[in-house]
Write a protein that binds this ligand. Sequence first.
Ligand SMILES: [Zn+2]
Length: 91
Amino acid sequence: MPLYWFHCRACGGFDLAFAMADVPAAAPCPDCASSSKRQFGVAALIRPGSAATRLIDATERTASEPSVVAAPPRRPVPVTRNPLHRKLPRP
Ligand SMILES: [Zn+2]
């Protein structure tokens, strides 16, 4: 059964599972039992575990948790192998 999101004004959001034919417009809050309206959000269009999802997760992780480098690489990394790039000015 799919999960549906409801929002209680006092407690915040919570998820409840209903059959698609039995989804109510409001449900009681599990904490305070007040009537909470159903909220509509965006659909999850990305498959978990796919290459796109792994790339997005890795990109977000490097933004918030960049890897720490203790030393420069031992061998210089070749920037380009194109012979025309040899004519470019060097720093
Ligand atoms: Zn509540």
